[in-house]
Design a protein around this ligand. Structure first.
Ligand SMILES: Cc1ncc(COP(=O)(O)O)c(C=O)c1O
Length: 438
């Protein structure tokens, strides 16, 4: 395949050092299954399902056909006072795999939109119950909740909020759950449930009656896969209930089989009030996200408005885009028909064996993981993030795409991976992380 020479100046890449990128571009031209190819034809194994999106692998014809069909039948419909059948069907299908009772769906186009929508829904719910004073949010240090203004406020990764304080809202942060003693723990650490008591401290300090919701990623993903200590999420649930605070699980990464169950909520046996999702919802093919809420939340908001006006003054031009809905339905069919969530669960041991086999390599400081997601913390480089950047570029040259955040790699292959694919990925990691000259 021939490719036109690329002029790169005009596209400002997100979350990228554009200067370095221009010197050493990393470009994907093609993808199939768990592999990418560069324009020059180099094969790159996909060790992060793109960006935790492509659970069923790339280039799925079922999704392409569903999208094409939908485009020809009904390419767009507004959803303000209008709708298309396909979004109702998608909401019904999602309700089937969500935890029982979380069955009302609000759609957007990105994880960031889902998070900001969830924040507004929480505020609307409290207002509808006569508790409009609940305007404060709690999240967690090292958390990532997207980049819109609500998500930026919730952000616990300092780099993502530090420069934007002019637009952030009232959020207080609990401590993260990682500590040195947990290093090399596979799955859930035994100790650390008490860290959920930070929420109780916040309630005492700020007044529980001022807090609308607490947002956490059940497994903190973007920071590098931090698995919750045993009992931690349960304890958060108890404290949230005690103070009437909504518990929101941001499952943008952990949704759709990544942890071994459909949602991390089911995996860890804790039912929140709200779940956000995106990424693998459409297998990453068409931008789409959703906020799933308990029946009671939606009913309360709807019941609070009797006048002829929208109950929730919020929505996007592309909310429930019919083409995205068609892509999501096709993805859900694949997940169901190929039993991909079960497949992820059964692959997990092999996957984590491979990851934890990297333990003694010179570049490895910590390993963490659960289900089909793992974090590889690198030994620190000269400046924070520098080692991560070097290692991800070396891995790319070696034929492996892995997402790096700071000095952590987030290794999360597709649920359709074969054991031989996982072996190849781990071999590549071993070659690069085994170097002592970095
Ligand atoms: C937990 C979580 N929430 C929200 C987001 C934001 O999603 P998006 O990049 O689609 O806006 C992400 C993205 O990685 C995420 O991991």
């Amino acid at each position: 395949m021939t490719h036109m020479p690329i002029t790169m100046d005009n596209h400002w890449l997100p979350f990228t050092n554009n200067r370095l990128f221009h010197q050493e571009p990393q470009i994907f031209a093609r993808a199939k299954g768990v592999r990418y190819w560069t324009p020059e034809g180099q094969e790159i194994l996909d060790g992060s399902s793109g960006l935790f999106c492509s659970a069923a692998g790339h280039g799925r014809p079922e999704i392409a056909e569903a999208v094409h069909k939908q485009l020809m039948e009904l390419d767009y419909t507004p959803h303000f006072q209008r709708a298309a059948p396909v979004s109702f069907e998608l909401a019904r299908r999602l309700a089937e795999i969500l935890p029982e009772g979380i069955d009302r769906l609000f759609f957007g186009s990105s994880g960031s939109e889902a998070v900001d929508s969830a924040m507004k829904i929480c505020l609307a719910y409290h207002r509808a119950r006569g508790e409009a004073q609940r305007t404060r949010f709690v999240s967690r240090s090292w958390g990532y909740h997207g980049v819109n203004l609500g998500g930026t406020s919730l952000a616990g990764m300092v780099g993502n909020r530090r420069d934007f304080s002019g637009v952030t809202c009232d959020v207080v942060h609990m401590r993260h759950t990682w500590n040195e003693e947990q290093r090399f723990t596979r799955s859930q650490p035994e100790d650390g449930a008490h860290l959920a008591d930070d929420l109780e401290d916040m309630c005492k300090t700020y007044g529980g009656e001022t807090i609308a919701a607490v947002f956490v990623e059940p497994i903190a993903g973007s920071i590098g896969t931090i698995v919750p200590p045993k009992g931690y999420l349960q304890r958060l649930r108890q404290i949230a209930d005690k103070y009437g605070i909504l518990l929101v699980f941001d499952e943008v990464i952990t949704g759709f089989g990544r942890t071994g169950s459909a949602f991390a909520s089911q995996e860890f046996g804790v039912t929140p009030d709200v779940i956000t999702m995106a990424k693998a919802l459409t297998n990453g093919t068409i931008p789409m996200s959703a906020v799933a809420v308990k029946t009671e939340i939606q009913k309360t908001v709807i019941a609070s408005v009797t006048a002829d006006r929208p109950e929730l003054m919020h929505g996007y031009t592309y909310s429930a885009h019919p083409v995205a809905c068609a892509a999501a339905l096709a993805a859900l069919d694949i997940y169901r028909d190929e039993k991909l969530f079960e497949r992820g669960k059964s692959l997990s041991d092999t996957f984590l064996d491979g990851v934890f086999g990297l333990r003694n390599l010179p570049q490895v400081y910590d390993l963490r993981g659960h289900g089909m997601m793992a974090g590889i913390q690198l030994t620190p480089g000269k400046a924070p993030g520098e080692k991560g950047s070097i290692v991800q570029r070396l891995l790319f040259k070696d034929g492996l795409h892995v997402k790096a955040t700071g000095d952590a790699l987030i290794f999360a292959p597709a649920l359709v991976s074969e054991e031989s694919d996982l072996e190849q990925m781990v071999d590549s990691l071993r070659r690069v992380l085994g170097r002592s000259d970095l």
